[in-house]
Each structure stands twice: as structure tokens, then as C-alpha cells.
Design a protein around this ligand. Sequence first.
Ligand code: SF4
Length: 850
Amino acid sequence: MARGLDVWETRDVVTWDELVERMFLLDRRAGRIDGRWLPPAAAQLLWARIVRDDPQLNPLLSQAGLARAAAQSWRLMHDYGIPADAIDAEGNVETAAFSRWSREYRQRLRERDLVDLATAQSRVHAAAAAPGIELVGFDRLTPLQVELTAGWAREGIQVRTVACPAQPGTVGYVRYLDATAEIDAAARWAAALLDADAGRRVAIVVPDLASRRDEVRRRIERVLTPETGLTGGAEPETRAFEIAAARPLSRQPVVAAALELLDAFVGTPDLPTLGRLLRSPFIAGAEREAQARARLDARLRRATGPGVRIADLESHAATGGCPLLADALADGAGVLATWPEKSFPSACSEYVLSLLKSVGWPGAAPGSTEHQAEQRWRGLVSEFGGCDEFVGRVSRREAVGQLRDLAGRVLFEPRELQVPLLVTDPDSSAGMRFDALWVCGLDAAHWPRPAAPDPFLPRHLQLQRGVRGASAAIAAEEAREVLRRLLRSAAQVVLSVPEMEDDAPLMPSPLLAGIPAAVEIDQWQAGSAATTTFRHRPVLETLCDRALPPVGVDERTRGGARLLELQSACPFRAQAELRLGARGLEEPAPGVDASERGDLVHRSLAILWRELATQAALVALDAAGTRAVVRRAVAAALADARRSAGELMSQLLELEADWLEARVLEMVEADRARPPFEIESLERSMPAQIGPLRLDLRPDRVDRLGDGSLAVIDYKTGASAEVSAWLDERPRLPQLPAYVEALGAGRVAAVAFARVRSGDTGYVGIARRDGVFPGLRVPGGRGGPKGYASWEALLADWKRRLESLAAEFARGDARLAPDPANACEYCRLGALCRIAALNGVPEAEEAGDG
Ligand code: SF4
């Protein structure tokens, strides 16, 4: 522009690896070189196959991880000139394994006349680099790069290393409490600078950005684009700041969705995966059916087991208001049906792309980032398609697994819009210049990074050749060079050091010696979105939202005894669950969960007592007869579950049957030891008027005792069944007191929990007087409930408390009042009641909303 040009040729900028590949292909076209190019994806698959086929490999080791590490060592070996025979001579287990694999790899390259990136470096000709190259952003060249570039220069190629000249300006370091406070301060500093001059180029460097990306983005958003905390705006970093830290391609949402779709078609997806697919914007009809698909997700969690096949999902979608999804899945299933169980990668790659197309991937309107990721993914699938000779025939699952593996190794960084603030890491910032730069995380524990020698190359050779990170001294020297470069890349540089990590104090890095403390750091002082919005609030109406309308005369009261339990634990929860129909999303897990186990216990005991009817019938049985009747009851209780169980679930149910049988036998022995009784009712529905509410109650079991009075029994498998659960002002488990009301206080002589759990099966409870039900406590007697002189006094208190709970519910009391305080741990309505916000806990932070 200074030269008055309107247009000019774009600089041809490539990475070192891209340069080598390009030079190889130019040399080949010009006839200067032989051999075929081996793309990095194919090289990776070749390493994986060699490691997998090694008969000496310990089967406990991760083959994929070893193959990845071996490929890296192969590259280092060439970059640092470590001879193969020196590795052969070393003779320890690791170098011997690498020596075997690299011999095999070299042999396969030779047989097929292939050249990979590592070996191509020393084969390319200087002519392919004509007329010249500039090296920008290389902190330290490898010995091979030094040798190559020197050789090219000798052959007349212009090779220029562009060093960043020091800029006059300021530098200082500053300390903050922890890494979070550091990022917050850096963001406020950047905001203040940009507020004063929006044309500046400002950067924040975060050393471990790849692993902290989401947390860093959230912190910076809070300062620069606080409205996104309220609106959840789309891709805010493209408007105010840009995070430049490449992530694996497999973690780009559009590619992650493609991989999950493929997994779902070639296997059986679990429900969390299915949930993500149902809410994915990258499938046909996502926007039009968003609501219906979210409802389908919730329904599937309740109605199905932990895994759902695509064919079943298709029929659920067809009947669940998602016809577009059903059509897309049917089209995908059509493509899958033509994909042979085993085929070469070239065929697999075509099936993969046409299956994704058939389900409408990547959706109607992919944004710029998605489009770039999609293109890279298509390129990767094509590269995989060129690997027939290294991979052979693979199953559909293997093909998808290998694509996932390849996408996990390709680092992808979309080209974003130019934005004022760049957030980057020390390596990615190499060669860049800024007006102002903030470098975080310069504490002694992380800067320099700890040594990380290569596991497969001889240690003494790594030290001799100066392999990156091979020793603490080399790592320190590298960190010093990077810091020197960062200090030169901006006129104004702030270096920051956190003081604490978890509870451990941190010291400043020794590499900061000689750098003065920063005098003054400008900070953007604007308040948070919440305080700003509050300050500008309009005149508000005052409305107390602690209540729902009272229960109407015609309103059906649902929930039975659970209504009283919920109202006692938290009035809001009772109103939300029983009157608004709110419920948390289920999280199905493999096996029998606690609530299903409770149901099986109830069902087994009900079936057993339906058959026996009296304690006399039980007493008449010998040990074998008792075992037989228990076994029949357990088998009948499990019959439904067994009919619909898959192979794994059937095995789990066998284990469950053993557990159930043992517990039911223990319970039966406890009943055998009691005085004679008959079964009065089993799970029989009975109405009860409790305060203003008419409730439908259903006690697990009522026994008629020898004197004609009744004992009410509630089966419990959890740890919470204690007498104390009835004695608080707001009773934790008010069911049994409510059953007493339903049966008539005068008729009941005992209430008991029948605890059914390993090592602790038996009765606990309260009886009117001694001898009625041995083992239960008696009011006024030894060990009886404190504060009650008689059974009648206890029943009177229970009646008052139940009526008070019922009255609260009837008038619509919906206070957030969890009691006990840990009631929220067992409740899934936290997102609806927003108790965290009320208690001052920032919800986004708690949820980790990255
Ligand atoms: S999360 Fe806690 S406060 Fe909220 S409804 Fe559940 S029990 Fe009540």
C-alpha cells in the first residue's frame, strides 16, 4: 500500500512440513527424484500395523499410543541425525522394540518405493526451493534443518532467517493469586488498551492454552463480550478475540458429529451419544425439529436401556414427531446396507462420505469454521482412501476407528476473521509481532517445562544432539530462547506469575531474573454484565414467586405418600414435580440401578407373601421348601426384565437373582422369628384424608397380628431407613405415619421399616407396647423415641405434622427450602429452581460451561 499498489501477490507461506512435501513433488515432476510420496495419515496407519503385528509386544500396552510414539521417534531420529545402528546397539527393551519396528518400517518403504516426510527432508533438491525462502518464527532449527538450509544456500538459493528486532518499550512482571485471576487481569488489561485505541494489535500468551482453552475463553468472554453470558451468543471469539491454539480435528464439533454418526451406524450408540446426535445441528432437519428431538431425547432416556440401535431410533423418531430425522436415518441405513462388512479403505471412504451425505451432514448452513473443518475432514477421508496397500480389507467398525484415530492426530486451526485481540500459546506466536503482549503462567513449576526425553531413542545420544526437551538444561535453554523472542515481539510486554496452584505456593520462574516488577497495569474497570444490567434496571414490579396458585377443588392430587415426602424435603420440588410435571433427564447406566433393585425387592416379597398368606405357612416349611418358595418368587419378579434383556444384561440379572434370593431369605427368617401373623394386605390402594388433601396411599404390606391389631411395613433397600426419619418436625420419610392415618390410628399397633440390604436385613420401627412386634421400640420404654411418653402422643404429633405438610402443599407453598441441607444432592431440578444462583454460586462456573 505504501508503494501505491492496489493489489499484490499473496505471500506464499507454508509450514516446514508443507515445504518439504512441495519440494518433493516438484523434484519428482522434474525427474530429479524417484519414489512415491507417503502421506502422513498413511504413514501413521503403517506404524500402527507394524506395532500391532509385533509378536513380542506386551498385550497390556496401548498399541495406538506406541505407534504414535514410534512415529514421533522416527521423525526425531532423522531431524537430529541419530544413526539407526546406534539405536540397535543400545539394547534396552524400549530401544530394542523401536529398532525392530523401524527396521520393518524402513523395509516396507523400500519395497514399495515410498518416501515419507522424515526421509524426504534429506532427499529434496535445492532447486525446488528456488528462488529462495525466508525462515520466520523458528526459535531453534534442528540439526537437519541447519544442514539442509546451509546446503541450499551453497547452491545459490537465497535463504534468509528473519529475526525479530528488539522494540523499544516497557517490560515488567506482575503476580496474581492464581491462574484464573491472571487471565482475568490480562483480559481487563487488553480491554483497556483496545478501548483507548481499537487499532492496536494485542495478544495474550497462555502456555498451556490447549488444555485450558474453554476456561480461558470463558474468562475472556466475561470481560470482552459479557452479553454472551446472558444470550449464549454464537462464536463470540470471532467478534472480539480469537483463540489460536490448534486442536485435534476430531474435536471440531462438525467432525465430532460426523464420527459419532458413523459410530452410531456401525455400532450401538449409548444414550449420551444419542442425545448429542439428537441435539446436533449437523443432521438434516435439525432446526425444524429441534424441539421434538429434544423431547425424544428425554423420552428415550426414560423408556430404553443404555444403548439404542439406529433402526430402533428410526422408529422412535417416526412416531415421536421427528419425520425428517426418521427419513435421514432410513437413508443412512440404506447406504449402510450396501457397505460390505469388509472392504478396502478406498471403498470405505466412499461409503463414509455417502452415508454422511444421506443423513444431511453437515446440516443446512455450516459457518465458516465448520466449512473449513468439513473440507479438512473430507481431505482426511480421501487420504484414508489412498491407504489400500498399507491397511488391507477392514471391517466397517475398524474403518471408522481408524478415521477417528487419524482425525485425533491432525491438528486443525480455522482461519478466523481478523480481530483485535489474539489469545495464543508460546509456539503459535512464533514470528508474530504485536503492539502489546501479556504472557501468563511464568512460574518456576511450569517455565521452563520439565524435561521430557523421547522414550525410544538412546538417552546419551539425545543429550549429545540436543533433542528438544531431552534434559532439564536443554528445556531451560529452549524456554530462555522463547522468552527472549516473546520480549522482542512487542513494545509493551507484561509477564505474569500465579502465586498459588490449588493449595501449593508457586515461585516466579528463575528466567525472570533481572526483569523489573511492572509499575502500573491499566485495567478495564467496567462491571460485569449482571451489575451493569442491574444498575440500568427499569422500575420493577415486586412479585413474590414463592408460591403456586392453591390446589383447586377439582385438581387431582397426584403422588400419594410421596407428596408428603417431597413437600417435607423441599416445597419447591413437591410443587414442581407433582403439579408442573418437572423431572430431570434420566441417565441410564448398564446393569440394575438402585431404584430398579428396590422395585425387584418389593415385587419378590409381594409375590412370596401372596403365595404364603400366613406366617404359619412359612413356619411349616423346612429349609429346602423355604428356599424353593423364595426362588420361585425371585424368578417371577425378574421374569419381565429377563424377557427384554440382552446378553450382558442377562448375565447381570443372574448376579442380581443371587443377591435377591439371599436377601429375601434373610427377610423371611426375620419373619419366621416373629409371633404369629397373617397378611392383611399387599400393596393395596387406600384413600386417606390428610388435612385438606385426599391422598391415594399404598402401603407395601399390612400384617394382622395375633391380637387383631395391625402392623404396617415399608420395604427399604437404601441406607436412610431409620426411626429418626419419622421424628423430626419435617419428617424425612413420612409414608408410614401417613399409612397409620389411612388405616385408622386405633387399629395400628406397630410401624416398621423392613430393611433389605447386605449384612443388615431386618426390622426397625416403633410398636404400641412390648411383645406386639419383637425388636421394635416402644414410646416411654427403654430406647424408645425421645419426648414421647406414649404411642398415642406420638400418633398425635404425626397427625399434626402431616396435616401441616398437606396444608403447605394445598396452598401452593413453593419455597426453595431443602431440608435436610443435602436434599439437593438427590434432586435433579437444580437447573429449574436455580438454588445455586440463590446461594451466590456462579452457575456457569459450576457447570463448567465450556
Ligand atoms: S435442587 Fe434442592 S432446592 Fe432445588 S428443587 Fe431440588 S431439593 Fe429443592
